[in-house]
Every structure is written in C-alpha cells, then in structure tokens.
Design a protein around this ligand. Structure first.
Ligand SMILES: Cc1ncc(C[n+]2csc(CCOP(=O)(O)OP(=O)(O)O)c2C)c(N)n1
Ligand SMILES: [Mg+2]
Length: 420
C-alpha cells in the first residue's frame, strides 16, 4: 500500500506537480477507509436506527435536538478544550447572526435591499465550521455564508451593501481570509482548490508550525454537487492532495429542486470516488460541526489532503427573498425541522448543564436587539455611489475600454434633465 498517497505524508512539491503526481488508480476501498479512519477514527455508525430523512445511521452528532449531549468517541477529544465561555460564545454567534439575517430580510421586504439570501436554519453549520478555522486559513463562500463572514470578522454592513447594490463586495479579503461571495454555483470550489494548491507550492503545509500551516475551506450547497466545476475541483484536490476542506451544507433544497434530484447516493459518499474521506455531520449541531471541521482542517494543514464534509441541515426560509417556497414544498416539512433548530438545542444544553442562566440569555437578546437596530440605521445611511463606479473595479489598473465606457455612461446620464 502506498501510504504516502493515503496520508499525504509526502506532499507533492512543484517538481512532482510538473510530472503530474500520484495516481490513485491502485488504491483499494480498504485503503480509502483506512484514510477515513485516520482522520475521524472510523467511519462510524452513530445510530443504526436513525432514518435517512433525519440524517441516517452515519451522521455524526453530539447534541440531540433536545439538547442532550451524546458521547462520541470520534468527536469528544476534539471538543475537550472548549471552555464554558466558548460554548456561550457559540450561542451568542448563532443568535446575533440570526438577528442580522432577520433584519436584512425585513429591509428587503421594505424595499431597502434588492434581494437577500437568508441563512435561517443554517447558523450552526456556518458558525461551527467558521469558528474551527485558524486565523491563517482561508474561506471561499457561496452567497449564503453570512455566519462564516461573521466568524471571520466581516462587518455585516459590508455584506448588506452588496445586496443593496451600493458596493460590489468591499470587505478586505486578505485581512479576513474570507473571499468575496460567489453567485456562480460551484465556481468557488475551483478557486479554493487552486488557492490550496498555491498554499502547498508556497510550502505552508505539513511544516509542523501551527502559525504557518494553512488550510482552505470551500463552502458549497447540495445542488452545487451536480455542477461540473465541483467535480473538477474534487479531482484536482484529490490528485494533488491539496489542503482543502469541502464543506457542503445540504439544506435539502437547490431552489425548488429537492435533494433526491441532486444525488441518488448520500452526498458524503461522493468523496470516496475522488480518493479522499467524506463524512456526514449534523449541520444543526454547532459542536459537531466545529469538531469535524477542526479535524478536517488539521488534516489538511498537516499534509493529509482534502476532506469532504456534508453538513445535514435545512433551509428554513425561502431560497432568496425572490422565491416563494410554498409553491414547491409542504409546510409540514418546515414544521418538522423547526424541532431540530440549532439555537434551541444549544440553549437547552447550556441550561441543562447549568452553563448559562436566564440573565445570560436576556443579555444576548438585548445585544441582538441593539445589533438589529444598528444594522437597520446604518443600512439606511449607506451612501449611494455614483453610477460610474461600476466601471472602477473591473480591472486592477485603468483599462482603455472601461475608460471609454465610463465616459459614454457619464455623458448619457448627463443628457437627462437634472443630470440623473
Ligand atoms: C452556474 C449557475 N447555474 C445556475 C445558477 C442559478 N442558481 C442560483 S442558486 C441555485 C441553487 C443552488 O443550490 P445549492 O447548491 O443547494 O445552494 P443553496 O442555495 O441551497 O444554499 C441555482 C441553480 C447559478 N447561480 N449559477
Ligand atoms: Mg441547497
């Protein structure tokens, strides 16, 4: 068995890349399972009786919807260093980002945003994975990753400005290590894999220096797994053993297309065909998401290559504010998922453990109210940029075609009465 291919202990350098590195053709299924075992202890059956609609027997979970802590030999060691303050911090993150989301949805309904893409129901998947990142790690989001943006320190106003149409994505990607939102389904998985290959070529993998070794995380949806770009990313990530984690939020829907129209097999199975571990985690369990992502990122940083995580969750709201889900799904389904709410289960757990009192929850609610009010007033105060600004950031340097188009547009605008 070529253990270097499985563990990635020998990371391909530039020379090997030129030669077109290792082929996985002779890797057997057993060897692939051993790779999974190395990363996650095993490919465990966590609950043989759990129905497929609730995540199936293999889904990793440490917090039940009732907020009970389930022992997990795979995940417990990864959670042992979390303090009570950290747990309360997760709760705060979940509540605050939900409030930002609710405020943005309301602003759109009042005509203040062109569109909004709600993360309702997916807070735990995003906060768990976002908080698992090291500062030097780099995230490539879709358009729904407001919770990850929050964890990376991006001001929600910078996200909201994009949906108000007053900026084109203005957060400092280098400062936050959080890339611009990508609307083209799946395209960011290519960007992430390419970036991860660059990290590898720069020698920031497997050095043992915890401040230097770097991983990349690519966010994608269940629907995106049907996109060719994603398959290409998985191929490159696998054969180059790139330090990238694919974090797929299976929210059960791709606009109006249900999960069963994206894949006949569970989505996490897909990774195996590309030669690296795939795993399913309860996406509404912030602790499980944190633990699994932490382990996968560590594996990537240390040279063990990619992991594919399927976070099994649910899109509680519409696809976007332009969508009406009552046209294609039954409300009973939403009601069922309400009982698996990510915030409620953490709250119950904190209460059960005596980690938080009613004063704590009231203080977080008050902070959320303040944040909501500030998001609202700051959104309404966002200045409208001049129309010609759309030409300013297309190229890094001035470009003759852009200069001409800017002039033409300015002249066109000036031709109206009052210059508007
Ligand atoms: C290449 C491409 N094809 C189609 C679309 C239109 N589109 C926008 S969102 C979406 C569904 C994506 O579903 P999923 O990947 O599950 O992500 P979710 O929106 O559920 O988070 C589609 C098809 C697009 N943006 N890009
Ligand atoms: Mg989806």
């Amino acid at each position: 068995m070529r253990s270097d291919l499985i563990t990635g202990s020998s990371n391909p350098g530039p020379d090997e890349m030129d030669k077109g590195v290792p082929t996985l053709s002779d890797v057997t299924t057993d060897e692939l399972s051993s790779s999974l075992a190395e990363v996650f202890g095993s490919n465990p059956v966590t609950d043989p009786d759990r129905p497929a609609a609730e995540g199936g027997p293999h889904m990793l979970q440490v917090l039940t919807p009732e907020g009970e802590r389930v022992p997990s030999p795979e995940l417990d060691p990864l959670l042992s260093d979390l303090s009570v303050e950290d747990l309360r911090g997760f709760y705060r993150d979940l509540v605050l980002i939900r409030r930002v989301d609710a405020e943005a949805t309301a602003l759109q309904r009042q005509g203040e945003l062109g569109i909004w893409v709600s993360l309702l129901g997916q807070e735990a998947a995003q906060v768990g994975s976002g908080r698992a990142m090291a500062p030097q790690d780099y995230a490539f989001p879709t358009y729904r990753e407001h919770g990850v943006a929050w964890c990376r320190g991006v001001d929600p106003l910078e996200l909201i400005g994009l949906f108000r149409g007053v900026n084109h994505g203005v957060w400092d990607t280098q400062k936050h290590h959080f890339h611009l939102y990508t609307i083209i389904i799946g395209a960011q998985t290519l960007h992430a894999t390419g970036y991860a290959m660059g990290v590898q070529l720069d020698g920031h993998v497997g050095t043992g220096d915890p401040h230097r070794d770097t991983a990349v995380i690519a966010y994608l949806g269940d629907g995106a797994t049907s996109q060719g770009d994603v398959s290409e990313s998985l191929v490159f990530a696998g054969v180059y053993n790139a330090p990238v984690v694919f974090f797929c939020q299976n929210n059960q829907w791709a606009i109006s297309e249900p999960n069963e129209r994206q894949s006949r097999a569970p989505i996490w199975h897909r990774a195996r065909g590309f030669g690296f571990p795939g795993i399913r985690v309860d996406g509404n369990d912030v602790l499980a998401c944190y633990a699994v992502t932490k382990r996968a990122l560590e594996a990537a940083r240390s040279g063990q290559g990619p992991t594919f995580i399927e976070a099994f969750t649910y899109r509680m709201g519409a696809h976007t504010t332009s969508d009406d889900p009552t046209k294609y799904r039954v409300s009973a389904e939403v009601e069922v998922w309400k009982h698996r709410d990510p915030i409620q289960r953490l709250r119950r757990y904190l209460e059960r453990q005596g980690h938080a009192t009613s004063e704590f929850f009231e203080a977080i609610d008050a902070e959320a109210d303040e944040l909501g009010a500030s998001v609202r007033s700051r959104t309404l105060a966002l200045p409208d940029p001049p129309g010609t600004e759309m030409f300013d950031y297309v190229y890094a340097a001035e470009h003759p075609v852009m200069s001409r188009e800017r002039q033409e547009f300015a002249a066109y605008q000036a031709s109206f009465e009052g210059g508007h």
